[in-house]
Design a protein around this ligand. Sequence first.
Ligand code: SAM
Ligand code: SF4
Ligand code: F3S
Length: 451
Amino acid sequence: MKKLYIRTFGCQMNEYDSGKMADVLGAREAFVRTDSPEDADVILFNTCSVREKAQERVFHDLGRVRALKAARPEIIIGVGGCVASQEGEAIVKRAPYVDVVFGPQTLHRLPQLIARRRESGRPQVDVSFPEVEKFDALPSARVEGAAAFVSIMEGCSKYCTYCVVPFTRGEEISRPLDDVIAEVSALAARGVREVTLLGQNVNAWRGALHKDGDDGEGGDFALLLECVHAVEGIGRIRFTSSHPREMTPRLIECFARLPKLAPQLHLPVQSGSDRVLAAMKRGYTVLEYKSVVRRLRAARPDLSLSTDFIVGFPGETEADFDKTMKLIDEIGFDGAFSFVYSARPGTPAADMDDPLPQATKLAWLARLQKRIDEQAQAVSAAMVGAVERVLVEGAAKKNAAELCGRTANNRVVNFPAPTHAHARLVGQFVDVRIVAALPHSLRGEIVLKEA
Ligand code: SAM
Ligand code: SF4
Ligand code: F3S
């Protein structure tokens, strides 16, 4: 059987797309995934260009597989994802041993691109944006475990001044309601109990209710959530990412109304300074963000909130950064992805004056991350003694005699369970009492139901 190696960089959208690459190739001929490029027949890099470092990694990694191609010219080397989307032909110019270059919206054409490469003897590049064709062309996903991702929209139309995503993934396009519900129902029928709805800004989702066009009643993301909530078998729903600008009252209300909606939200804020938010073109003020959070917590008091920060945006001062630290203290985030600002060619922020030394930015980042870790640790510590509904994923990583699963606020819990019960419990929700909070996981014990 042929072997497929995929290396994924970047966000959950890319993780999802890598799964789809395996699916489209697997629908044509049998492939097994391998962890070593050395014995692979097809080597794919699913790339990210959100920061300069992520982009550099691609050419570094490509350099390493060059020798493999020289030794076995019949292998296929492909570059997909956001660097491919931005660089296109330039990748083949710089690395002529690359066989196919494809974008996030053309990954479903991978088998044809590889076939054409073989027939023509020339590298193939297709980084176009053929609307939602991708969704229609994808084979149904393989189900691995009780939790699955479902893509509901693609792209981004927000154009924050620092960000490449609207250029690499195109404008926001929503997947029709019917299709999303059909996929969620199919997953539920195959044992999936938890779905995470995926997109760059899921709350920008807009229905055409039916595939053949809008029937005049195009819905919003709150409607989509209601419909997913109604799917039998689905016990828990998450979504990521959402944009603070589109946290509508209807959506906030969903947290009060829809019990299957997990009390967990990733709501990127980026900065706690209005001046910086305006320069980033985020479209909200700190007060507006705090107001959204206040209303969310009124709807769901146990809501766990995580976020993204960019530290050291061009022109950011110590006073701006202090405001970010203040916001962190006021909100109490339960986790954050935070990075030093990275200038991306072609974005407006790349032309802004950026006099701040990198060392200062790194020091700020360390301070911010320490504070976030403390807050997340405090949330974990406060969970000790509580009974949590846990979706059991499988054997614990470090001890096969134990099981592991995730709490509603998305923490990993390891807990002992009799071996003979493992098969029955995996893929089910069980009640687990939390007995200890470790830095990256919790320990628990199964709560036996009264007979
Ligand atoms: N669409 C989501 C949003 O804006 O809320 C996030 C998508 S973006 C791929 C993920 C994160 O990358 C952003 O929230 C931001 O913090 C970070 N990011 C984007 N461009 C960046 C840049 N030029 N430098 C540093 N971090 C960046
Ligand atoms: Fe990038 Fe802003 Fe779009 Fe998020 S909302 S993907 S940060 S442009
Ligand atoms: Fe990176 Fe593209 Fe995601 S730039 S973060 S892989 S959308």
